[in-house]
Design a protein around this ligand. Structure first.
Ligand code: FAD
Length: 488
């Protein structure tokens, strides 16, 4: 019998749960990816993520061909469609006379309803849809409290995760062993080949000039580089000017690397005594944590995890809109915040420490609704992931699960002094401040006139004055949260 494997955010050929399961169960296995207009339509025409996907498909196609060749099949290829996935997948399954479609679980609300629609269309001609876990180590109801409820606090979740994990959960799905089942290119469905960006209505971006190599080869390169540094991760990860983190998030987002492989690498090193690996594994567990939060509480997509904070009256109106624009454009007058926002625009990446600083600044210094910032990040982050982004924003806004308490408010200047002490990161993105020494670089409005003069800097001309005063903003935030708490 025949099966179709539908690739979505799992763009690799090996250690692939759905492809492996299909190859174990069906005699002939086809692979498809759909450029889904339901997802692509709202995106800007130049979007690094679309290019990342496109380039990673070229790699995936080649790997499938290579696997086929090893088993004597010369024309195993990836089928790529452009249209609405809800139409294209059932149409192709019918053309191929497939009895089953295999895919990985995707617990985002839109993905769940899409998959349900596809499943219903397939049923009409007797084809079944099977979905399997692939994106996380533990999902859905796999880790629950003793009383059978989902965890809402990270540390006990992490402890339960670490208690449960073992070689079985981290094992690879060795597709290569069963790749003889990969079927050659079928008759009557057009020619193989990956559409160009222009074919799907997109424009090229600057992806090739960023330090973000694509496909599984790109993920391997980043992973090898990171494993050389992983032991230092705990000490380096908070300093944005230092190469501390793995930069693997976009690969995790699109599945060009397997989470099991990463967790295995970290877990084994942790057991061998690496503290850096232990801290890094914890970050991977945060990722699982937020995925299960989204699964159990899909309302977080629009609302606060803690319902009392839905009553907060955020700063709105023309002045709020101007503040929002200043934040987006990196013109707040707080150098670390501005440099971070420019990093996001110029590269599609932002360091984790800076995501926390800029998110906190939007909510607690500008008084703006966290959903505005969340949407901006969703637009620009190459690694944008609904579960992690929403979790991160609600954490920073104190509205979330296991969030920062509302009265803990980052001071953007002391964050800057602590995590970018020499202003190295700031200078990379704000050349206007390049000649300003620390500590003035963290708060240029406090610099002495002579310092400004020596740096050739006129505030208000070369670099903005601060759009808000932190101490006043802090007070306003405490009141804003207090009012919401008292009305519950
Ligand atoms: P590393 O430090 O090398 O971490 C390894 C991996 O662990 C990451 O690739 C990521 O998959 C996972 N991870 C690390 N920290 C977290 C975390 N706090 N929550 C969930 N997973 C984590 N991460 C995203 O992948 N997509 C997002 O859209 C996203 N939005 C965020 C928004 C805010 C406001 C905040 C505070 C954090 C957000 N994060 C998001 C989490 C984190 O900032 C990024 O995962 C990390 O910076 C990516 O860089 P890296 O791969 O070099 O990370």
């Amino acid at each position: 019998d025949r099966a179709l494997v539908w690739f979505r955010r799992d763009l690799r050929a090996d250690d692939h749960a759905a492809l492996y399961t299909a190859c174990r169960q069906a005699a002939q296995v086809y692979a498809v990816f759909v450029f889904d207009n339901d997802i692509l339509a709202p995106l800007p025409r130049a979007d690094r993520r679309v290019e990342f996907i496109r380039e990673s498909l070229v790699d995936l196609d080649a790997r499938l061909a290579e696997m086929g060749q090893r088993h004597g099949h010369t024309d195993v290829r990836l089928i790529v469609r452009h249209g609405r996935a809800v139409d294209e997948v059932p149409r192709l399954a019918a053309q191929l006379k497939a009895q089953a479609v295999f895919a990985a679980h995707d617990d985002e609300p839109n993905a769940l309803s899409r998959d349900l629609a596809v499943q219903q269309s397939l049923q009409a001609f007797g084809c079944h849809m099977h979905t399997v876990k692939d994106h996380v180590v533990f999902e859905r109801r796999e880790i629950m409290t003793g009383s059978g409820t989902p965890y809402g606090v990270f540390t006990p979740y992490k402890n339960a995760w670490l208690k449960k994990v073992n070689d079985f959960y981290l094992r690879s799905y060795p597709v290569t062993r069963h790749a003889a089942r990969l079927a050659p290119w079928p008759q009557g469905i057009g020619q193989p080949g990956i559409p160009t960006l222009a074919d799907i209505g997109f424009e090229p971006t600057d992806l090739a000039t960023l330090r973000l190599p694509v496909g599984t080869a790109g993920a391997d390169e980043l992973l090898h580089d990171f494993l050389e540094r992983i032991d230092d991760y705990g000490r380096t990860r908070d300093f944005p000017a230092v190469k501390g983190p793995s930069y693997l998030s976009t690969h995790l987002r699109f599945g060009t690397v397997s989470i099991r492989r990463l967790a295995r690498e970290a877990w084994q090193r942790m057991q061998a005594g690496s503290q850096g690996a232990e801290v890094w594994l914890s970050e991977l567990i945060w990722r699982d944590f937020y995925h299960q939060v989204l699964h159990h509480h899909p309302r977080v997509v629009h609302r606060a995890f803690k319902p009392e904070y839905d009553a907060i009256r955020w700063h709105e109106g023309a002045e709020a809109d101007e503040l929002f624009e200043a934040w987006c454009d990196g013109r707040t007058g707080y150098p670390l915040v501005d440099a971070a926002m420019l990093q996001l625009r110029q590269s599609g990446y932002m360091h984790n420490r800076l995501r926390m600083v800029t998110a906190s600044f939007l909510v607690k210094d500008l008084g703006l609704d966290w959903r505005r910032g969340e949407a901006w990040f969703a637009r620009w982050l190459n690694d944008f992931d609904l579960a992690a982004n929403n979790g991160g924003w609600q954490w920073a806004a104190s509205t979330g699960c296991d969030a920062q308490p509302y009265f803990r408010i980052f001071n953007p200047v002391s964050q800057s002094e602590k995590f970018d002490p020499d202003g190295r990161f700031i200078k990379r993105y704000l050349p206007a401040l390049a000649a300003l020494p620390a500590p003035a670089i963290h708060a240029p409005w406090k610099a002495k006139p002579l310092e400004l003069q020596a740096a050739g800097l006129a505030l208000g001309r070369d670099y903005p004055r601060p759009v808000v005063e932190h101490d006043i903003a802090r007070q306003a935030t405490l009141e804003r949260f207090a009012v919401a708490r008292s009305t519950r």
